[in-house]
Design a protein around this ligand. Structure first.
Ligand code: ZN
Length: 505
């Protein structure tokens, strides 16, 4: 690389490093707001966060960045496609274009509208009154369609939304996988139902003292590899994970004395996100190669540790005796099999966030089908409740009694998060495909879990996924790591085996 190119790169990285450090400051404010801030601090905190966001945006949209990227590309920086610098420039070009293409007036109008729309959505949900929310949904969707036009897209407008959260993904590519997954899941659910078997879930709603839940959760998250020298676990109303940069990743949870799985699997889930954050290389902090790839890949890490590890029998062969010692009153007369069945109870439910591992994706697929249709102009917004209820009955075999427990249950559309839902299912698909491949390469993961040894899987994820940052796009990473494009099969195979054994089919 010429001296000139090196100087330009250095300047570009310096811009981005400052923006990243500022974002990290914003993350600290955000974490504090959601954990310890007294209610009285809300207004000033909003000012603080908004000032920092403005500063980050200003840094990221400096015309100088566009000039440098152009010069670097003219100089042929992208010739070595696989190099870290080429990947950084490719991703910084994407970020830069995303941030300058949307006019400031549109950003401001959208920001005002979604604040109001979320308030109206809350009221509408409380009264189960979809018509009251409809005009606001129309406003949000119209503005987001303008965003899609400003960003540009190939094919359908929804692709522009998807690309924000899952760079490079297109509706056409995932629709086939999703449809196959949906048909298989509906079949799986029918099989489960037809066995008539049900676990005794009262086991997991006994008395589980919060202090002991906390201790037990920390132990398990440490065992799978969350590093508490570079992280903390705190409490919050709506659990999340947030990284402040190298050496400091925060996870959160919410305890319920009479519901063991909520906090425990929540901790494993957020630890999965946290382990990914902790695995990003500090030397790349401030450049895309030091950042996570996409929401889907992030979710693949949390779901893998939560479900494929944490809800597996081998995991509990190791941890159940410890759980019995920690919670003797609740678990002394419970067998491992009873407990394992109770934490893997499958039953169709109306509410997405309360759903189990097997039905969860059906909730997502339903939303994806509806939002992509209305965003592309193939479905009138006023018909959303009708389509929702009709499809819900088709997939789950039950009918939502009202819109509060139907199409009004999620905050996403009122908040303008269109294109976000599919990343949850992409996460589950990636997780299953990665896990199956890791098991092939490492060998005997389950036998290792039984011994309390999670390091081989942890190391495999570090080497194959975490350390790359945004060097590869998600679709490319999956192919590179597993040798295959994304498919519905590993997830279906995993679920069929697991639930087949549990329910006996
Ligand atoms: Zn998550």
């Amino acid at each position: 690389m010429s001296e000139k190119q090196q100087k330009l790169l250095k300047e570009l990285y310096e811009y981005n490093r400052e923006a990243t450090v500022l974002s990290s400051c914003g993350a600290v404010l955000n974490w504090d707001e959601r954990t310890y801030m007294p209610r009285g601090g809300a207004e000033n905190r909003a000012n603080m966060i908004s000032l920092i966001s403005g500063m980050v945006h200003e840094k990221q949209t400096s015309p100088r960045i566009g000039e440098i990227i152009n010069e670097l590309l003219i100089g042929g920086i992208d010739a070595e496609e696989d190099s870290v610098d080429a990947a950084n420039v490719r991703e910084l070009k994407r970020d830069y274009e995303l941030s300058i293409k949307i006019p400031k007036s549109l950003i401001e109008e959208l920001s005002k509208t979604i604040t109001l729309a979320q308030g109206r959505w809350q009221e509408a949900r409380a009264k189960s009154d979809f018509p009251a929310f409809l005009p606001w949904l129309e406003k949000v969707v119209k503005l987001k369609q303008q965003v899609a036009e400003a960003l540009g897209y190939e094919g359908k407008p929804y692709n522009a939304m998807l690309d924000i959260y899952e760079p490079g993904a297109t509706t056409d590519e995932i629709i086939e996988t999703f449809e196959r997954l949906r048909d298989e899941l509906v079949g799986l659910l029918e099989k489960i139902k037809s066995t008539g078997k049900e676990p005794d879930t009262s086991i997991i709603t006994r008395d589980f003292p919060v202090e002991l839940q906390k201790k037990f959760g920390v132990k398990a998250s440490q065992a799978i590899g969350f590093n508490y020298d570079g992280g903390r676990l705190d409490e919050t109303a709506h659990p999340f994970c947030i990284g402040f940069g190298p050496g400091d990743t925060r996870i959160t949870t919410r305890y319920n004395k009479n519901h063991f799985p909520g906090a425990f699997f929540g901790i494993l889930h957020e630890s999965g996100h946290g382990i990914y954050n902790q695995g990003l290389l500090a030397e790349h902090y401030g450049t895309p190669c030091g950042e996570s790839i996409s929401l889907g890949i992030h979710e693949s890490q949390s779901r893998m540790w939560e479900n494929m590890v944490g809800r597996s029998k081998p995991f509990w062969k190791y941890f159940f005796p410890k759980a019995q010692k920690t919670f003797p009153d609740a678990l002394c007369n419970v067998s491992l099999d009873q407990f394992y069945f109770a934490i893997n109870d499958v039953r169709p439910s109306l509410i997405r966030i309360e759903s189990d591992e097997a039905t969860y994706n059906l909730h997502i697929l339903l939303r994806f089908e509806i939002e992509s249709a209305f965003f592309n102009g193939d479905l009138n917004l006023k018909d959303v409740p009708f389509i929702w209820n009709e499809n819900f009955e088709k997939y789950f075999g039950i009918k939502p009694p009202d819109d509060a427990r139907g199409c009004l249950q999620d905050v996403h559309w009122s908040a303008g998060f269109i294109g976000y839902f599919p990343t949850y299912t992409l996460g589950n698909l990636y997780a299953a495909q990665f896990f199956a491949h890791a098991d092939k390469e490492v060998g005997g993961l389950h036998a290792q879990f039984e011994m309390g040894d999670f390091k081989p899987l942890f190391d495999w994820l570090r080497k194959n996924i975490h350390i790359h940052g945004r060097r590869y796009r998600a679709q490319e990473l999956v192919k590179k790591v597993t040798g295959q494009p994304l498919s519905h099969k590993p997830l279906i195979d995993y679920m069929t085996k697991k639930f087949g054994e549990l329910y006996g089919f």
